[in-house]
Design a protein around this ligand. Structure first.
Ligand SMILES: [Zn+2]
Length: 257
């Protein structure tokens, strides 16, 4: 019994498929997806140029129309696309149709895909075949050369996945390296700042002292770069040291350090 929720068409929209609810009631029929992107995959795989043209012109409206009115029969889905492969009553969430009666049907949805190079070669090969076989019995004509889109979550082959991972990791390393570089620069700038601030502080401290003490400290600082035995004092400095010692031995001892 037809319910109001059922799509208008009871005929399968698959290319070269005559199945309908009326004549093949044993088959399940599935609405086109509501999601525009997924609907586009179905349309591409269906190889229906008319539907594809509509999708390209107005994807949102066409998706809504297809969802309301069009169906595909269970014959266009591989076993693993069903929740239950025996009953074949409902599809997995991201199911994609791949089985069509055309001269170059979409490749099956297998978990172990061929290498990307092999797939590229196959696409090239099928394009060459198409040129030779323009008399192919497809209603869709030129659309039969459309590349097939796979929507299965495990569609990406292991090599594809690891190549992507490597690329992502490389990017991460480059980003981390530039971060480290920036931090090193910051550290260098900060230590320069500290050094100049320390020098300024030292100068300020010396300037705050009486001029005799300033001269003494400056001579001491200059001497600090030389070895103990290499230190030579001017007569004025020696006099100052003696004067300091006589007036306040404590100050002399402090300054000596
Ligand atoms: Zn069908």
């Amino acid at each position: 019994m037809e319910t109001s929720k059922r799509p208008k068409s009871s005929h399968c929209s698959g290319i070269n498929c005559n199945n309908s609810r009326q004549f093949t009631p044993e088959l399940s029929f599935f609405r086109f997806p509501k999601d525009v992107e997924r609907c586009m995959r179905w349309v591409i795989n269906c190889r229906r140029q008319d539907l594809l043209d509509k999708m390209k012109t107005d994807p949102i409206t066409t998706t809504q129309q297809l969802y309301k009115s069009n169906v595909l029969c269970a014959e266009h889905f591989e076993e693993k696309q069903f929740m239950n492969a025996i009953q074949r009553k409902s599809l997995i969430p991201l199911a994609v149709p791949t089985l069509f009666k055309i001269c170059n049907p979409p490749p099956p949805e297998t978990s172990k895909r061929k290498s990307p190079l092999k797939r590229k070669l196959e696409v090239h090969d099928s394009a060459m075949k198409k040129k030779k076989k323009m008399s192919c019995d497809s209603e869709a004509g030129p659309s039969s050369s459309l590349p097939i889109v796979h929507g299965d979550p495990d569609e990406t082959s292991e090599s594809d996945a690891s190549a992507l991972k490597i690329e992502a990791m490389r990017k991460q390393i480059a980003a981390l390296r530039s971060k480290v570089k920036a931090r090193d620069k910051k550290i260098a700038t900060l230590s320069d700042k500290i050094q100049s601030m320390e020098q300024t502080n030292q100068q300020k401290f010396i300037q705050s002292l009486p001029s005799s003490a300033q001269a003494f400290i400056e001579s001491q600082l200059q001497a600090s770069g030389r070895s103990k035995t290499g230190r030579r004092w001017s007569i004025a400095e020696k006099k100052l040291a003696i004067t300091l010692y006589h007036s306040s031995p404590k100050t002399y001892k402090i300054l000596r350090q």
